[in-house]
Design a protein around this ligand. Sequence first.
Ligand code: NHW
Ligand code: EN5
Length: 388
Amino acid sequence: THKFWESQPVGQFKDIGDSSLPEGPIEPPTSLSEVKQEPYNLPALYEWTTCDMESDETCNEVYSLLKDNYVEDDENMFRFNYSQEFLRWALCPPGYYPSWHIGVRAKASRKLVAFITGVPARIRVRDEVVKMAEINFLCVHKKLRSKRLAPVMIKEVTRRVHLENMWQAAYTAGVVLPTPITTCQYWHRSLNPKKLIDVGFSRLGARMTMSRSIKLYKLPDSPATPGFRKVELRDVPAVTRLLRNYLSQFVVAPDFDENDVEHWLLPTENVVDSYLVESPETHEITDFCSFYTLPSSILGNQNYLTLKAAYSYYNVSMKTPLLQLMNDALIVAKQKDFDVFNALDVMHNESFLKELKFGPGDGQLHYYLYNYRIQRALRPSELGLVLL
Ligand code: NHW
Ligand code: EN5
């Protein structure tokens, strides 16, 4: 039933619950000279291309492929519409490998028809920090689906990761594959209930009118916490300390240093927003929250083209209660004109979701590791990792 995935070093369904299998790498690294030197074969009409994301022209081709062919919800009403600035940010972090941004072109037309990417990351699993590739943006053009192109893409990115002497990867998907380390639920907080209902993102519940719904989701005009402000470059050391200390409690989490925090968590217009709480008395930085911008195209609506969504990223509360910190995040997201604020039930998010009027979505997100077994599936609250 999973001819490809059964051939890969990933946890297999038949091994679930087998406590004789040790935690850690499933297969040992080989020597670099044993890594296949040539790319995998593609069907004759297609060829590999490395996508230079620093080039506006290539970045735009990738953007267009994804805009028309990437992830949709189960009823095909919405499709992720990652912006060009976002793709550049997501794919060009410190130490990235241009060779891990892999495209496939039609030889005749030069058209980009498939894509897959990796970026390097240090991921801690319990006490071990492992150098991994985070794999994302796997996409095959709608007209080329079900031709087993995806396994070739995955094998090629694996080969290029191996060439950099890395042997593990982390990835997420909306589909079940062998086998999730955890399964998370998407939750949604309406910021613009009228539009969400008009486009079919949410429904008016029983005994709910439009005006009651608008009132229910109303938020103050400005954040409540004294000392709540945008993160600046000078805050990177303090934010890094706060975040490293917070993430240390989770079973799986990124091992962020100051360079990573500067890249992933400093505000970038229309890409990532981050706020902190600086004590008005001591000027100590005590709390931090962040969200990224990922709009979706609304498919086939007369009145609206895009849904503006904010996605909860990393949040740390030491002094301000997490509930209050996230309420302030909702307030600033509303002021920035987002229609909805999305979050997964990872880390301590369960503690605020219901109280802040998030509702469960119809989508789930499964997390996976490649060539690394963990003993038993985690609870979402044991996971300290958010992928884009
Ligand atoms: S998840 C988003 C994936 N993209 C989309 O859903 C976009 C819309 N769909 C498509 O473009 C985030 C196509 O449907 C895709 C599949 C390309 C998804 N992950 O070519 P075939 C990520 O990007 C397996 C992994 O005929 P297709 C994470 C499927 O189970 N495998 O299908 C990416 C089957 O194998 P099986 C997936 O519909 C992580 C085979 O592909 C998958 O034309 C990648 C069928 O291939 C998915 N999302 O194209 C893994 N969807 O064994 C990284 C389907 O069941 C692993 N499949 O027969 C680590 C690599 C690095 C290691 C380094 C050491
Ligand atoms: C990872 N990098 O299904 C990429 N989204 O719930 C792969 N549903 O938006 C990730 N179907 O529930 C792929 N509204 C997995 C995600 C794929 C996209 C997806 C779901 C997540 C989603 C919405 C719209 C559903 C439209 C019909 C949804 C209900 C909101 C409602 C608001 C008020 C309170 C109750 C909930």
